[in-house]
Design a protein around this ligand. Structure first.
Ligand code: HEM
Length: 474
């Protein structure tokens, strides 16, 4: 394993901060790695390297460098690094962590076809999301305007949209087993970029140490896979090959059809990995976005008031929001875009790797090099954003109040491995946000203001906070 990640540092490799012997720059990543990397790019340039304990990673910063690599050299920058942690978790199979090749193509195609097909089976996907929105706002209403932590409710509601596609049904908000699985899975999303994870990647023999956070990560993963295996078995009962009901049926059909084909990547194991990845990639990110959106609405009542005004003028009080209204709600669109820019849900993207030796901005980067895309540095790139440290939806509006797209906006990343769920995530954010704000006014319990410091991990989420959702008088 170690040979796979040990990298050559050829002549012309990007420079970087001085490493400490043995552990390299790992310690510098302990607090806010995305902020540390942006600062380093001001010293070493937009493309620089880090020593992660004997193996090197190249860090891309700012919109220009990221576009150059992920878009203009799309095929070169589309692999995932064969890090010991990823090898242990998914053997570089599944979808999100798959090596760039046949296995990735098969799984990505199957997933995107399933999203399209099973999403809109029986009725259009936006209508199904709206049904979930109703369960969601009714559950909020049960708190009767008293303070509550919205984390679990948002997670349950959001995960139900991917559940519809993967399992063909939603789970009720009291399904503790499913919720526990999501909880320990998202703990792993946090642990995957902890110091211990980097240490494990550099020194895989620490697997045999009886202590360390990496052990927790392995235990959680074993529990998650066990749960998924059982639930997959349950939902595949009664499968009829020509009438797939959901992603799992469709996957098993493919598996049957490819029996005996040595080149296929479909397997029971990859089914479990891909189901896990779709659940967590779809839930963690969209949930965090909505939790940040709620927090910023309560923090900036003047912005919330403008959202309410727009909702009232487009919908009135009786009509539920629908996707068709999106075009008539430029302010809501601007707010949701600013949440994605400012909050940096996936600040370092998902680690990439090069498929071949390449040359970028005069630097030599060999095949198999791990590449970190600092998406945070794109959203705080002073060349493209004025006063990036201020939360201001207006930057997405022109002088007539029309919504304007901005180039240096990459919350879903770019290129061949860009987020598979972007379309779904945008739909969910719009419908959950508008349904919730049409019914409620969000405010913090009197005398409290929650911390805006994010909890660190592969994704950034707000620390737990309490909020009051008070029914609006319309
Ligand atoms: C990948 C962001 C929602 C499924 C990614 C990546 C980012 C991202 C930054 C990394 C792409 C790269 O390698 O450069 C987000 C954000 C979301 C969101 C900010 C919500 C606001 C979703 C949803 C799903 C999803 C709803 C589907 C259920 C995936 C998958 C990948 C991915 C499968 C891996 C793609 C591949 O390796 O080919 N996402 N995502 N995401 N996302 Fe999302």
């Amino acid at each position: 394993i170690r040979q796979l990640v040990k990298q050559r540092r050829p002549l012309g490799f990007p420079p970087g901060p001085s490493p400490i012997p043995v552990i390299g720059n790992i310690m510098s990543l302990a607090t806010e790695p995305h902020v540390f990397m942006k600062k380093q790019s001001e010293i070493h340039g937009q493309i620089f390297s880090l020593d992660l304990g004997g193996y090197s990673a190249v860090v891309l910063n700012g919109y220009d460098a990221i576009r150059e690599c992920l878009y203009h050299q799309g095929d070169v920058f589309s692999d995932r690094p064969s890090l010991p942690l990823f090898m242990k978790m998914t053997k570089m199979g599944g979808l999100l962590n798959a090596k760039f090749g046949n296995g990735w193509i098969e799984h990505r195609q199957l997933a995107s076809n399933s999203f399209r097909y099973f999403g809109s089976i029986q009725k259009p996907l936006d209508q199904k999301i709206l049904e979930e929105c109703m369960f969601f706002v009714d559950a909020i209403d049960e708190h009767k305007g008293k303070p509550f932590n919205p984390k679990h409710l948002v997670t349950n509601a959001v995960s139900n949209i991917t559940n519809l596609i993967i399992f063909g049904e939603r789970f009720t908000y009291d399904n503790c087993d499913f919720q526990h699985m999501i909880e320990i899975f998202s703990e792993n999303v946090e642990l995957a970029v902890s110091g211990w994870a980097f240490l494990y990647n550099a020194f895989p023999w620490i697997e045999y140490l009886p202590f360390g956070k990496h052990q927790k990560l392995f235990r959680n993963a074993a529990k998650v896979y066990n749960f998924l295996e059982q639930i997959i078995k349950r939902f595949s009962e009664g499968r009829v090959s020509n009438f797939p009901r959901h992603y799992i049926d469709e996957y098993l059909n493919k598996l049957d059809k490819s029996a005996g084909d040595l080149g296929t990547s479909y397997s029971r194991e990859n089914l479990i990995y891909s189901v896990g990845e779709l659940i967590i990639a779809g839930t963690e990110t969209t949930t965090n976005s909505l939790r940040w959106a709620m927090l910023y609405m309560a923090l900036y009542p003047n912005i919330q008031e403008k959202v309410h005004k727009e909702l009232d003028s487009v919908l009135g009080s009786g009509q539920s929001p629908s996707l068709a209204d999106k075009k008539r709600m430029p302010y809501v669109e601007a707010v949701l875009h600013e949440v994605l820019r400012f909050c940096n849900i996936v600040p370092l993207g998902i680690f990439r790797a090069t498929t071949q030796d390449t040359l970028v901005s005069g630097y030599n980067i060999p095949k198999g090099t791990m590449v970190i895309t600092n998406l945070y540095s794109v959203h705080f790139d002073e060349k493209y954003w004025c006063d990036p440290g201020t939360f201001s939806p207006h930057r997405f509006l022109d002088s007539n109040g029309n919504f304007v797209r901005r180039e240096a906006f990459l919350p879903f990343s770019l290129g061949k491995r860009h987020c598979l769920g972007e379309h779904l995530a945008r739909m969910e954010m719009f419908l959950f946000f508008t349904t919730m704000l049409q019914r409620f006014h969000l405010q913090f319990p009197p005398g409290t203001v929650p911390s805006l410091t994010p909890k660190l991990g592969m994704t950034l989420q707000p620390l737990p906070y309490s909020i009051c959702a008070v029914r609006r008088q319309q």
